[in-house]
Design a protein around this ligand. Structure first.
Ligand code: DAH
Length: 348
């Protein structure tokens, strides 16, 4: 029996030695040292031996089991180390390789124009306010002196949501009414409101059903047209350069009286004649005027006591002029290549 045991031991040691992977080693343990292994079978037979034989066989059995256990453990740690090394090698990261380039985003051109105007007007004491894009007819039209049935509504046809009472605002001017009502006819106001506006227009190179305006309102005592002109002049000089001049042309808006169209001298040809100014030397950039007494009254301000001016720039129009874009649809096509074109370092 002892001989059998020793032969078995030799065989197992040999197989352990030959084993190439951890699974084989584990299998060997189960096969030769597990419950139904030949070693267990031999130990079962021990009960048929005499006491003396038992002693000798028991000792050998212990030695063999320990030897095999040790051999298996040793082999296992060797194979584990090899496996770990292989893994480390195959998954290693070469830190000397150049890093993956992170693509930096580009500020949206419209946002850039808006921020430029905001920064300037904040420095002049204006607040930047927000208004809802889903607006009531009352604010978008009625309080602004555009009653139901007024022909001026045709030019500002928009998207109606509920009973013609709730609509997508066609201009940012309703925010004037909201801010005046909030101040309850008591306090002077200086505010600008940049934001999205909507009209039922068919999209083409110069029209978009969605666009952005930058509204301005100042309400105080003794405000005059020259205050408006001075303010507009500072804005357009900031946007287009110090040599730019401002011209007011008479116009008509329902919420201002008098109303004006704001033209700037052509930054491209300086009056020599070019496509941008259609050879007139002047480019229209905004609508503006002195707040109509009806609007002041509608919004809780006494027109005998208070006066104000208001203006509205089209953000896309400013951006198109400034960056030489000839199609308004570029802003809403979400084509990153277009937006990247305008990632000019000199404007950062
Ligand atoms: N809301 C006008 C429009 O959409 C633009 C405008 C004109 C705004 C005159 C004003 C203003 O505040 O005084 O055409």
């Amino acid at each position: 029996m002892i001989e059998k045991l020793e032969q078995l031991c030799e065989l197992v040691l040999h197989e352990v030695d030959e084993a190439q992977d951890l699974k084989t080693v584990n299998d060997l343990r189960v096969t030769y040292l597990g419950k139904k292994s030949p070693i267990q079978e031999l130990s079962q037979e021990m009960r048929n031996l005499s006491i003396e034989e038992k002693k000798v066989f028991g000792k050998t059995l212990n030695e063999v089991t320990t030897k095999l256990n040790n051999a298996i453990e040793e082999k296992r740690s060797v194979l584990e180390a090899i496996e770990l090394n292989n893994k480390l090698e195959s998954e290693s990261i070469d830190i000397s390789l150049p890093a993956t380039k992170v693509n930096l985003g580009t500020p949206n051109i419209l946002e850039r124009i808006i921020e430029e105007i905001e920064e300037l007007l904040i420095s002049m004491g204006y607040d930047v306010v927000d208004g809802p894009e889903i607006e009531e007819d009352r604010f978008n039209f009625e309080l602004l002196n555009i009653p139901k049935g007024h022909p001026a509504r045709d030019a500002q046809d928009t998207f109606y949501l509920e009973d013609e009472k709730i609509l997508l605002r066609s201009q940012t001017s309703p925010v004037q009414a909201r801010v005046m009502l909030e101040n309850k006819g008591q306090k002077p106001i200086r505010m600008i409101c940049p934001g999205k506006t909507y009209r039922r227009d068919n999209d083409d190179a110069t029209h978009s059903h969605q666009f952005m305006q930058i509204e301005g309102l100042l309400v105080d005592k003794n405000v005059s047209l020259s205050d408006l002109k001075g303010t507009i002049d500072v804005i357009v000089k900031k946007l287009f350069g110090e040599t730019i001049e401002t011209r007011f042309r008479p116009s008509y808006y329902q919420f201002t009286e008098p109303s004006v169209e704001v033209d700037i001298s052509c930054f491209n040809c300086h009056g020599d004649g070019c496509n941008i100014c259609k050879s007139s030397g002047w480019i229209t950039v905004a609508g503006a005027g002195i707040v109509h007494p009806n609007v002041l009254r509608n919004c809780g301000y006494n027109p005998e006591e208070w006066t104000g001016f208001a203006f509205g720039f089209g953000a896309e129009r400013l951006a198109m002029l400034k960056y030489g874009i000839n199609d308004i649809r570029v802003f809403y096509s979400t084509d990153l290549r277009e937006l990247k074109t305008f990632d000019r370092k000199d404007n950062d």
